[in-house]
Ligand binder design. Structure first.
Ligand SMILES: [Zn+2]
Length: 486
């Protein structure tokens, strides 16, 4: 009997190992064969100087309730009109929501659903106290040793200007799109985009426009970040996480600290916070993060490749590894971050209220309601009130099978032949959400090349871009216009 069971166990193990080895070794990349396309040369010096000029104009968004930098936006609009005369002459230009720009490039075939390329003209301020840490002044637009310096060179004046450069070149070459192309440039993305992208989307909706897809900022080409993958990877984000800030308020009786109760309002808040940190949302590898791992597995070292190729068996192991921390944790979990705690004013007075502010980033498929339910259950304290401070739901997940994804992927392979292409999940937010109701799919990608240190430059110190890379980005948009509009 025992011999028989032993034999069965051995057979099961051998079969399992066989299946896992088979799954691992047959998991090869099915990259479509696309030839690199040699694009006509670009005057790198000229395009760099135009972007540098844009950087010098301080179109800063500070806060939703702060005044808009109207004069600076007017200056930027003038720079755009004078820098791209063919675009200005040929395309329909509308100013929307005060300072945002919508360009329409009418296609010859109205049966084709239009495509909308996006960027935003506003930038974040330089954090006070860090001005001197910049190698070149943040608004200098300095060009040195093949690099353009300053706010907006990564986020996101570069895509506004790269799209316009590409369109100007295409107009000069006599290109006429079959499909209508829209360019939408918001002026308030950094503070939510309600007045810019929000109003442009509403205007297009009012006109009955149904977009095939939108392409916005979001993810980039990264190298040296994915373990074991040496090639640069172009991540096309299919979705962005949601954002929800909750305020927890504990209310108890105040009084003198000489006769305190067992727990004060601060104690209640502290307990709630600690419960929330101990009871994180469960981790799960779902689309689009799962699509990313599936796409990249064939390029990973054997151990990782074996685990990902055998998710049917090893999913819990993989998820618990990914969920340990950092960016991979953010990909598999709705994250919880306690960002503000307040309570008490005097050392001998019992505070009658104390609050904690908690910021959640929601995985696609998780709703505000899910988060509030989770918090209510975990905190489990009737003296604590939970209220929504602000937020937006996670985006839907766009398709990799759709025409838009295929066109973007093809264009990447043609213009950046050295990179792998993968779907991805954007951890931050973008203006794309405003167009969700009128676009079949929304993709978020700019072919900026990032090394391990470059992410910190976005909204941080020493934001800058290599001119060579900027030229590649222009070539990408140029080719994309041919591929989508041609
Ligand atoms: Zn941005």
């Amino acid at each position: 009997m025992f011999k028989k069971i032993g034999l069965i166990i051995v057979v099961v193990i051998v079969v399992l190992i066989g299946v896992m080895a088979f799954k691992t070794f047959t998991n090869t990349a099915d990259t479509p064969s696309v030839d690199a396309v040699e694009m006509p040369a670009i005057d790198a010096e000229a395009v760099a100087s135009r972007l540098a000029e844009a950087v010098r104009i301080q179109t800063i968004s500070t806060g939703v309730n702060d005044p808009t930098a109207s004069r600076e936006f007017d200056r930027l609009h003038l720079l755009i009109s004078s820098s791209f005369p063919l675009v200005h002459e040929t395309l329909k230009r509308e100013v929307v929501g005060g300072h945002s720009l919508l360009y329409s490039w009418e296609g010859s075939d109205s049966s084709l659903p239009p495509v909308l390329l996006m960027g935003h003209m506003d930038v974040v301020p330089v954090e006070p106290g860090t001005e001197d840490d910049w190698q070149e002044d943040a608004f200098s637009g300095a060009i040195k040793d093949g690099v353009i310096w300053g706010r907006g060179t990564l986020d996101d004046k570069l895509s506004v200007f790269a799209i316009l450069e590409a369109a100007e070149l295409q107009l000069a070459a006599g290109f006429k799109p079959k499909r209508t192309l829209y360019f939408a440039f918001g002026h308030d993305e950094e503070i939510g985009g309600e007045n810019g992208a929000g109003k442009i989307a509403a205007l297009l909706e009012e006109r009955g426009v149904k977009l095939a897809f939108t392409l916005d900022e979001g993810m980039v080409v990264v190298q040296g970040i994915m373990p074991g993958v040496e090639e640069p990877i172009a991540f096309i984000a299919l979705a962005e996480k949601g954002y929800l800030t909750l305020t927890l308020t504990a209310t108890t009786e105040g009084g003198h600290s000489s006769i305190p109760p067992k727990t004060t309002a601060i104690g209640k808040i502290a307990r709630a916070v600690s419960r929330l940190e101990e009871n994180r949302f469960p981790a799960a590898l779902i689309s689009p993060a799962s699509d990313m791992f599936d796409t990249l597995a064939p390029h990973m070292p054997l151990g990782l490749k074996a685990i990902i190729s055998n998710r049917w068996l090893l999913d819990p192991l993989l998820v618990s590894e990914l969920g340990k921390g950092g960016a991979t944790n953010a990909m598999v979990r709705t994250t919880t971050a306690v960002t503000i705690a307040e309570g008490g004013t005097k050392d001998n007075v019992l505070p009658s209220t104390a609050t904690a502010t908690i910021n959640f980033r929601l995985l696609p498929g998780t709703s505000f309601e899910d988060v509030i339910d989770h918090v209510t259950k975990v905190v489990d304290d009737p003296d604590i009130e939970i209220s929504v401070k602000q937020g937006n739901e996670p985006s839907r997940v766009s398709s990799t099978a759709g025409e838009g994804y295929q066109l973007i992927e093809k264009t990447i392979r043609e213009t950046l032949p050295d990179v792998l292409v993968s779907p991805g999940l954007m951890l931050a937010g973008s203006d794309s959400k405003h167009y969700e109701t009128i676009a079949e799919n929304s993709y978020r990608f700019i072919p900026m090349r990032f090394g391990p240190d470059d992410l910190a430059r976005v909204h941080g110190t020493n934001e800058r871009i290599y001119i060579d890379n900027y030229v590649e980005i222009i070539q990408f948009y140029r080719r994309l216009m041919e591929n989508t509009g041609g």
